[in-house]
Design a protein around this ligand. Sequence first.
Ligand SMILES: CC(C)(COP(=O)(O)OP(=O)(O)OC[C@H]1O[C@@H](n2cnc3c(N)ncnc32)[C@H](O)[C@@H]1OP(=O)(O)O)[C@@H](O)C(=O)NCCC(=O)NCCS
Length: 180
Amino acid sequence: MGVAERPWRRMRRNDVPAVDGLGGVVHPAFYERPEVFLDRLALFPEGALVCDAPDAAFGIAGYAIAYPAPLAAPPPLDTVLGRLPADADALYIHDVAVDPAFRGRGLSEGAVWRLVDLAEARFAAATLISIYGTPPFWRRFGFEQRPDLIDPEKLASYGGEAVFMLRPCGAQTSSLGPRT
Ligand SMILES: CC(C)(COP(=O)(O)OP(=O)(O)OC[C@H]1O[C@@H](n2cnc3c(N)ncnc32)[C@H](O)[C@@H]1OP(=O)(O)O)[C@@H](O)C(=O)NCCC(=O)NCCS
């Protein structure tokens, strides 16, 4: 089976040590505690995915985490939420990470399209904060840069390269105008 065909499945609580291990390698400057992954998994299990890979350093080739959030107010990094905000109208893609040994072969597409399909079915938009110069990657899935929608202070903790991106989804688009 090619890398791109490897299946993604729902994350389970006992995957969190592997997710934490891979997250530490992929995001050394943006560490988030395992409690954060456990929190999102409990709050929105359909948005938490992993791709098994017994041959990978942590036993997974990648993970993805998404959950409902207010359109232009994703939560700060490393924050345990406890509950989802009542005014969540977007599916916020918090993180998609692929083990460096599995990159460049389309593996992440399976996870991203699954999350986009989820957003199309249930939300007005999918949003994310792009880091590491990844906007061209996200544009492939229909995301566009929308700096007009977000308070620049919310991006500060993500470093200078951080860019807010949005993909309109579903039928309710009334809240997609610029930030006032
Ligand atoms: C972004 C990321 C999830 C993409 O996953 P992927 O499965 O490698 O995606 P693709 O195979 O479609 O490759 C995406 C791009 O990565 C680059 N790439 C190609 N080979 C690569 C390699 N061996 N190592 C790193 N990047 C590579 C290419 O620019 C490629 O685009 P192209 O196919 O148009 O040339 C993955 O690179 C990653 O985990 N990066 C670090 C975390 C991150 O940036 N997450 C998103 C934050 S918003």
